[in-house]
Design a protein around this ligand. Structure first.
Ligand SMILES: Cc1cc2nc3c(=O)[nH]c(=O)nc-3n(C[C@H](O)[C@H](O)[C@H](O)COP(=O)(O)O)c2cc1C
Length: 366
Protein backbone atom coordinates (compact mmCIF):
# COMPACT_ATOMS: atom_id res chain seq x y z
CA UNK A 1 0.00 0.00 0.00
CA UNK A 2 1.27 3.46 -0.69
CA UNK A 3 1.57 5.67 2.34
CA UNK A 4 2.46 9.33 2.70
CA UNK A 5 4.80 8.60 5.62
CA UNK A 6 6.98 6.31 3.56
CA UNK A 7 7.16 8.59 0.53
CA UNK A 8 10.59 10.20 0.09
CA UNK A 9 10.96 13.92 0.73
CA UNK A 10 13.38 16.22 -1.05
CA UNK A 11 14.77 19.36 0.58
CA UNK A 12 17.17 21.21 -1.73
CA UNK A 13 19.60 18.55 -2.98
CA UNK A 14 18.83 15.96 -0.31
CA UNK A 15 16.27 13.21 -0.83
CA UNK A 16 15.35 11.31 2.34
CA UNK A 17 13.82 7.83 2.01
CA UNK A 18 10.80 8.52 4.22
CA UNK A 19 9.20 11.12 6.49
CA UNK A 20 9.51 9.35 9.84
CA UNK A 21 12.58 10.91 11.43
CA UNK A 22 14.35 10.88 14.78
CA UNK A 23 14.57 14.25 16.57
CA UNK A 24 17.67 15.29 18.49
CA UNK A 25 17.97 13.59 21.89
CA UNK A 26 20.88 14.36 24.22
CA UNK A 27 22.66 11.24 25.42
CA UNK A 28 24.84 12.94 28.05
CA UNK A 29 27.22 10.07 27.42
CA UNK A 30 30.60 11.62 26.70
CA UNK A 31 32.14 10.43 29.94
CA UNK A 32 35.55 11.83 28.97
CA UNK A 33 33.91 15.29 28.88
CA UNK A 34 35.78 16.15 25.68
CA UNK A 35 32.75 16.38 23.38
CA UNK A 36 33.93 13.43 21.26
CA UNK A 37 31.33 10.88 20.11
CA UNK A 38 31.89 7.40 21.53
CA UNK A 39 30.94 3.82 20.68
CA UNK A 40 27.62 4.55 22.39
CA UNK A 41 26.81 7.16 19.75
CA UNK A 42 27.72 4.78 16.93
CA UNK A 43 25.41 2.08 18.25
CA UNK A 44 22.65 4.51 19.24
CA UNK A 45 22.44 6.38 15.93
CA UNK A 46 23.32 3.32 13.86
CA UNK A 47 20.40 1.40 15.35
CA UNK A 48 17.82 4.01 14.29
CA UNK A 49 19.19 3.88 10.74
CA UNK A 50 19.16 0.08 10.84
CA UNK A 51 15.60 0.35 12.16
CA UNK A 52 14.23 2.25 9.18
CA UNK A 53 14.22 5.93 10.20
CA UNK A 54 14.29 8.35 7.26
CA UNK A 55 16.69 10.83 8.82
CA UNK A 56 18.29 11.10 12.21
CA UNK A 57 19.13 14.40 13.84
CA UNK A 58 22.09 13.97 16.16
CA UNK A 59 21.60 15.39 19.64
CA UNK A 60 22.28 18.98 20.75
CA UNK A 61 25.99 19.46 20.11
CA UNK A 62 27.84 22.39 21.63
CA UNK A 63 29.43 24.79 19.16
CA UNK A 64 31.73 25.94 21.98
CA UNK A 65 32.65 24.21 25.28
CA UNK A 66 30.55 26.62 27.34
CA UNK A 67 27.59 25.99 25.02
CA UNK A 68 27.11 22.39 26.19
CA UNK A 69 24.13 21.62 28.40
CA UNK A 70 26.18 19.22 30.50
CA UNK A 71 29.89 18.42 30.54
CA UNK A 72 28.95 15.06 28.94
CA UNK A 73 27.44 16.61 25.78
CA UNK A 74 28.82 16.25 22.29
CA UNK A 75 30.81 19.15 20.90
CA UNK A 76 31.94 20.22 17.46
CA UNK A 77 34.77 22.71 17.75
CA UNK A 78 37.82 20.53 17.03
CA UNK A 79 39.19 17.96 14.59
CA UNK A 80 38.87 14.97 16.90
CA UNK A 81 35.16 15.66 17.42
CA UNK A 82 34.74 16.05 13.66
CA UNK A 83 36.47 12.71 12.97
CA UNK A 84 34.29 10.87 15.49
CA UNK A 85 31.12 12.30 13.94
CA UNK A 86 32.36 11.29 10.49
CA UNK A 87 32.33 7.70 11.73
CA UNK A 88 28.75 8.09 13.01
CA UNK A 89 27.72 9.53 9.63
CA UNK A 90 29.36 6.61 7.82
CA UNK A 91 27.47 4.05 9.92
CA UNK A 92 24.11 5.82 9.49
CA UNK A 93 24.60 6.17 5.74
CA UNK A 94 25.55 2.49 5.44
CA UNK A 95 22.01 1.74 6.63
CA UNK A 96 20.29 4.06 4.19
CA UNK A 97 19.25 6.94 6.46
CA UNK A 98 20.19 10.60 6.18
CA UNK A 99 21.88 12.28 9.13
CA UNK A 100 21.91 15.82 10.41
CA UNK A 101 23.14 17.37 13.61
CA UNK A 102 21.62 19.86 15.99
CA UNK A 103 24.11 22.67 16.58
CA UNK A 104 23.52 24.26 19.92
CA UNK A 105 24.53 26.80 22.51
CA UNK A 106 22.80 26.22 25.82
CA UNK A 107 23.23 29.81 27.05
CA UNK A 108 21.96 30.32 30.58
CA UNK A 109 20.82 26.67 30.77
CA UNK A 110 24.36 25.35 30.19
CA UNK A 111 26.59 23.60 32.71
CA UNK A 112 24.00 21.43 34.43
CA UNK A 113 24.38 17.97 35.90
CA UNK A 114 23.04 15.04 33.91
CA UNK A 115 20.12 13.00 35.23
CA UNK A 116 22.05 10.00 36.46
CA UNK A 117 25.05 9.46 38.73
CA UNK A 118 25.09 13.07 39.93
CA UNK A 119 24.29 14.70 43.26
CA UNK A 120 22.09 17.50 41.89
CA UNK A 121 20.53 16.34 38.60
CA UNK A 122 19.45 19.26 36.44
CA UNK A 123 21.19 21.81 38.69
CA UNK A 124 24.25 23.92 37.88
CA UNK A 125 27.55 22.02 38.01
CA UNK A 126 29.86 23.59 40.60
CA UNK A 127 32.78 25.49 39.07
CA UNK A 128 35.04 23.25 41.18
CA UNK A 129 33.49 20.14 39.60
CA UNK A 130 34.03 21.02 35.96
CA UNK A 131 31.20 23.54 35.58
CA UNK A 132 31.57 26.92 33.91
CA UNK A 133 30.14 30.45 33.98
CA UNK A 134 27.16 30.70 31.63
CA UNK A 135 26.13 33.45 29.22
CA UNK A 136 22.77 34.77 28.06
CA UNK A 137 21.07 37.82 26.60
CA UNK A 138 20.70 39.36 30.06
CA UNK A 139 21.98 38.73 33.58
CA UNK A 140 18.77 36.89 34.41
CA UNK A 141 18.90 33.31 35.65
CA UNK A 142 16.66 30.45 34.59
CA UNK A 143 14.84 29.58 37.83
CA UNK A 144 17.12 27.44 39.99
CA UNK A 145 20.22 27.82 37.83
CA UNK A 146 23.26 30.09 38.09
CA UNK A 147 22.99 33.68 36.82
CA UNK A 148 24.50 34.15 33.35
CA UNK A 149 26.72 36.96 32.12
CA UNK A 150 25.05 39.13 29.45
CA UNK A 151 26.84 38.70 26.11
CA UNK A 152 28.56 41.80 24.72
CA UNK A 153 29.28 42.62 21.06
CA UNK A 154 32.45 40.51 20.71
CA UNK A 155 30.71 37.70 22.61
CA UNK A 156 27.84 37.73 20.11
CA UNK A 157 30.28 37.75 17.17
CA UNK A 158 31.99 34.74 18.73
CA UNK A 159 28.69 32.83 18.98
CA UNK A 160 27.88 33.51 15.31
CA UNK A 161 31.37 32.44 14.21
CA UNK A 162 31.20 29.28 16.33
CA UNK A 163 27.91 28.17 14.74
CA UNK A 164 29.40 28.71 11.28
CA UNK A 165 32.58 26.83 12.14
CA UNK A 166 30.64 23.88 13.57
CA UNK A 167 28.38 23.83 10.51
CA UNK A 168 31.31 23.65 8.13
CA UNK A 169 32.81 20.87 10.27
CA UNK A 170 29.51 18.98 10.09
CA UNK A 171 29.70 18.90 6.30
CA UNK A 172 33.41 18.06 6.37
CA UNK A 173 32.34 15.08 8.50
CA UNK A 174 29.92 13.97 5.78
CA UNK A 175 26.64 14.92 7.44
CA UNK A 176 23.70 15.79 5.21
CA UNK A 177 22.22 18.77 7.00
CA UNK A 178 22.41 20.88 10.14
CA UNK A 179 19.70 22.03 12.50
CA UNK A 180 20.21 25.26 14.43
CA UNK A 181 18.79 24.87 17.94
CA UNK A 182 16.69 27.94 18.70
CA UNK A 183 14.23 26.20 21.06
CA UNK A 184 13.80 24.91 24.62
CA UNK A 185 15.20 27.94 26.43
CA UNK A 186 18.74 27.68 25.08
CA UNK A 187 20.74 30.67 23.94
CA UNK A 188 19.02 31.55 20.66
CA UNK A 189 15.57 31.04 22.17
CA UNK A 190 16.63 33.17 25.14
CA UNK A 191 17.27 36.00 22.70
CA UNK A 192 13.95 35.43 20.90
CA UNK A 193 11.83 35.47 24.04
CA UNK A 194 10.91 38.63 25.95
CA UNK A 195 10.84 36.47 29.09
CA UNK A 196 14.63 36.11 29.04
CA UNK A 197 15.77 38.97 26.80
CA UNK A 198 15.71 42.30 28.64
CA UNK A 199 18.26 44.03 26.41
CA UNK A 200 17.84 47.60 25.25
CA UNK A 201 20.31 47.41 22.35
CA UNK A 202 19.65 46.21 18.79
CA UNK A 203 19.31 42.61 20.08
CA UNK A 204 16.38 43.32 22.39
CA UNK A 205 12.94 44.89 22.38
CA UNK A 206 11.11 44.47 19.07
CA UNK A 207 10.59 41.04 17.44
CA UNK A 208 13.08 42.09 14.73
CA UNK A 209 15.72 42.90 17.32
CA UNK A 210 15.15 39.70 19.30
CA UNK A 211 15.44 37.70 16.06
CA UNK A 212 18.68 39.43 15.05
CA UNK A 213 21.08 36.92 16.62
CA UNK A 214 19.27 33.89 15.16
CA UNK A 215 19.16 35.49 11.70
CA UNK A 216 22.88 36.31 11.93
CA UNK A 217 23.57 32.67 12.84
CA UNK A 218 21.40 31.42 9.98
CA UNK A 219 23.16 33.71 7.48
CA UNK A 220 26.60 32.68 8.71
CA UNK A 221 25.71 28.97 8.56
CA UNK A 222 24.06 29.26 5.14
CA UNK A 223 27.19 30.99 3.84
CA UNK A 224 29.47 28.06 4.69
CA UNK A 225 27.31 25.03 3.91
CA UNK A 226 26.72 23.66 0.40
CA UNK A 227 23.96 25.35 -1.61
CA UNK A 228 22.42 21.90 -2.05
CA UNK A 229 22.26 21.22 1.70
CA UNK A 230 19.08 21.76 3.68
CA UNK A 231 19.16 24.03 6.71
CA UNK A 232 16.76 23.27 9.55
CA UNK A 233 15.89 25.47 12.54
CA UNK A 234 14.22 24.18 15.68
CA UNK A 235 11.92 26.66 17.40
CA UNK A 236 9.76 26.73 20.48
CA UNK A 237 6.69 28.12 18.73
CA UNK A 238 5.21 29.25 22.04
CA UNK A 239 6.53 29.80 25.54
CA UNK A 240 3.07 28.77 26.85
CA UNK A 241 3.23 31.87 29.09
CA UNK A 242 1.55 35.27 28.86
CA UNK A 243 4.15 37.78 27.76
CA UNK A 244 6.26 35.12 26.05
CA UNK A 245 6.63 34.03 22.43
CA UNK A 246 3.35 33.34 20.61
CA UNK A 247 2.58 31.29 17.53
CA UNK A 248 1.77 34.50 15.65
CA UNK A 249 5.19 35.96 16.45
CA UNK A 250 6.85 32.65 15.58
CA UNK A 251 5.10 32.66 12.22
CA UNK A 252 6.54 36.09 11.45
CA UNK A 253 9.95 34.78 12.44
CA UNK A 254 9.56 31.72 10.21
CA UNK A 255 8.75 33.96 7.25
CA UNK A 256 12.08 35.72 7.84
CA UNK A 257 13.86 32.39 8.29
CA UNK A 258 12.45 31.18 4.97
CA UNK A 259 13.72 34.34 3.29
CA UNK A 260 17.15 33.67 4.82
CA UNK A 261 17.39 30.18 3.29
CA UNK A 262 15.95 27.91 5.97
CA UNK A 263 14.29 24.85 4.45
CA UNK A 264 12.48 23.16 7.34
CA UNK A 265 11.25 24.26 10.76
CA UNK A 266 11.29 21.68 13.54
CA UNK A 267 8.36 22.94 15.62
CA UNK A 268 8.65 22.32 19.33
CA UNK A 269 7.57 24.47 22.28
CA UNK A 270 8.38 25.66 25.79
CA UNK A 271 11.54 25.30 27.83
CA UNK A 272 12.41 28.92 28.52
CA UNK A 273 10.50 29.18 31.79
CA UNK A 274 8.46 26.76 33.87
CA UNK A 275 4.98 26.61 32.29
CA UNK A 276 1.83 24.53 32.24
CA UNK A 277 2.00 22.64 28.96
CA UNK A 278 -1.06 20.69 27.76
CA UNK A 279 0.88 17.53 27.03
CA UNK A 280 -0.90 14.71 25.18
CA UNK A 281 -0.74 12.74 21.93
CA UNK A 282 0.41 15.01 19.11
CA UNK A 283 0.09 18.08 21.34
CA UNK A 284 2.49 20.22 19.30
CA UNK A 285 1.14 19.26 15.87
CA UNK A 286 -1.29 22.24 15.73
CA UNK A 287 1.65 24.59 16.30
CA UNK A 288 3.49 23.10 13.31
CA UNK A 289 0.38 23.24 11.16
CA UNK A 290 -0.32 26.88 12.06
CA UNK A 291 3.21 27.86 11.12
CA UNK A 292 3.11 25.89 7.86
CA UNK A 293 -0.21 27.48 6.89
CA UNK A 294 0.91 31.01 7.79
CA UNK A 295 4.26 30.83 6.02
CA UNK A 296 4.36 28.04 3.43
CA UNK A 297 7.68 26.92 4.93
CA UNK A 298 7.89 23.10 5.37
CA UNK A 299 7.60 21.90 8.95
CA UNK A 300 8.39 18.85 11.04
CA UNK A 301 5.93 18.00 13.81
CA UNK A 302 7.06 16.43 17.09
CA UNK A 303 5.76 15.47 20.50
CA UNK A 304 4.07 12.19 21.45
CA UNK A 305 3.75 10.98 17.89
CA UNK A 306 4.06 7.36 18.93
CA UNK A 307 1.69 5.55 16.62
CA UNK A 308 2.22 4.79 12.91
CA UNK A 309 -1.34 5.72 11.90
CA UNK A 310 -1.07 9.00 13.80
CA UNK A 311 2.20 9.82 11.99
CA UNK A 312 0.67 8.78 8.67
CA UNK A 313 -2.37 10.98 9.22
CA UNK A 314 -0.20 14.00 10.09
CA UNK A 315 1.78 13.73 6.89
CA UNK A 316 -1.03 12.50 4.61
CA UNK A 317 -3.39 15.33 5.54
CA UNK A 318 -0.70 17.99 5.25
CA UNK A 319 -0.57 18.91 8.92
CA UNK A 320 3.22 18.63 8.61
CA UNK A 321 5.79 17.49 6.06
CA UNK A 322 7.78 15.26 8.42
CA UNK A 323 6.82 13.41 11.61
CA UNK A 324 9.47 13.09 14.32
CA UNK A 325 9.29 10.32 16.90
CA UNK A 326 11.75 10.62 19.78
CA UNK A 327 10.96 8.47 22.78
CA UNK A 328 9.19 5.88 20.60
CA UNK A 329 12.50 5.31 18.78
CA UNK A 330 14.21 4.94 22.18
CA UNK A 331 11.68 2.26 23.12
CA UNK A 332 11.80 0.62 19.71
CA UNK A 333 14.84 1.51 17.59
CA UNK A 334 13.20 -0.43 14.74
CA UNK A 335 10.12 1.81 14.84
CA UNK A 336 10.70 2.74 11.18
CA UNK A 337 10.43 -0.87 10.02
CA UNK A 338 7.58 -1.61 12.39
CA UNK A 339 5.61 1.46 11.35
CA UNK A 340 6.04 0.58 7.67
CA UNK A 341 4.79 -2.96 8.31
CA UNK A 342 1.80 -1.81 10.33
CA UNK A 343 0.82 0.68 7.64
CA UNK A 344 1.25 -1.94 4.92
CA UNK A 345 4.01 0.07 3.22
CA UNK A 346 6.86 -1.76 1.55
CA UNK A 347 9.04 -2.47 4.59
CA UNK A 348 11.33 -4.94 2.84
CA UNK A 349 13.94 -2.37 1.66
CA UNK A 350 14.21 -1.06 5.23
CA UNK A 351 15.02 -4.45 6.74
CA UNK A 352 18.72 -5.32 6.68
CA UNK A 353 19.31 -8.58 4.82
CA UNK A 354 20.64 -10.46 7.88
CA UNK A 355 17.44 -9.56 9.78
CA UNK A 356 14.91 -10.58 7.12
CA UNK A 357 14.42 -14.05 8.58
CA UNK A 358 13.23 -12.35 11.75
CA UNK A 359 10.27 -11.02 9.81
CA UNK A 360 9.28 -14.10 7.81
CA UNK A 361 6.10 -15.82 8.88
CA UNK A 362 5.53 -19.51 9.46
CA UNK A 363 9.00 -20.76 8.84
CA UNK A 364 11.26 -22.84 10.98
CA UNK A 365 13.97 -20.95 12.82
CA UNK A 366 16.83 -22.86 11.21
C1 LIG B 1 16.33 11.78 26.25
C2 LIG B 1 15.90 13.03 25.52
C3 LIG B 1 16.84 13.96 25.12
C4 LIG B 1 16.45 15.10 24.40
N1 LIG B 1 17.42 15.94 23.93
C5 LIG B 1 17.06 16.93 23.07
C6 LIG B 1 18.05 17.65 22.37
O1 LIG B 1 19.24 17.34 22.41
N2 LIG B 1 17.63 18.68 21.59
C7 LIG B 1 16.32 18.98 21.43
O2 LIG B 1 15.99 19.94 20.72
N3 LIG B 1 15.35 18.26 22.04
C8 LIG B 1 15.71 17.23 22.83
N4 LIG B 1 14.73 16.43 23.36
C9 LIG B 1 13.33 16.62 22.93
C10 LIG B 1 13.00 15.70 21.75
O3 LIG B 1 13.71 16.08 20.59
C11 LIG B 1 11.48 15.72 21.42
O4 LIG B 1 11.13 17.00 21.01
C12 LIG B 1 10.64 15.31 22.62
O5 LIG B 1 11.14 14.12 23.20
C13 LIG B 1 9.18 15.12 22.23
O6 LIG B 1 9.04 14.10 21.26
P1 LIG B 1 8.61 12.58 21.64
O7 LIG B 1 7.33 12.67 22.40
O8 LIG B 1 8.49 11.90 20.32
O9 LIG B 1 9.71 11.99 22.47
C14 LIG B 1 15.09 15.31 24.11
C15 LIG B 1 14.13 14.39 24.56
C16 LIG B 1 14.52 13.25 25.23
C17 LIG B 1 13.47 12.23 25.62
Amino acid sequence: MSTALFEPITLRGLTVRNRLWVPPMCQYSVDARDGVATDWHLVHYGSFARGGAGAIIIEATGVVPEGRISPEDLGLWNDEQERALAHVAEVVHAHGAAVGIQLAHAGRKASVEREWGTTNPGRSVALTAGGWATVGPSALAYPGLAEPVALDGPGLDGVVAAFADAASRAFAAGLDFVEVHAAHGYLLHEFLSPLSNLRDDEYGGSPQNRARLLLRVVDAVRAVIPQTAPLVVRLSATDWIDGGITVAESSQLVTWLGEHGVDLINVSSGGNAPARIPVGPGYQVPLATAIRQATGVPVAAVGMIDDPWQAEQIVATGLADVALAGREFLRDPSFGIHAARRLGADAEPLIPAPYRRGYRQAQGGR
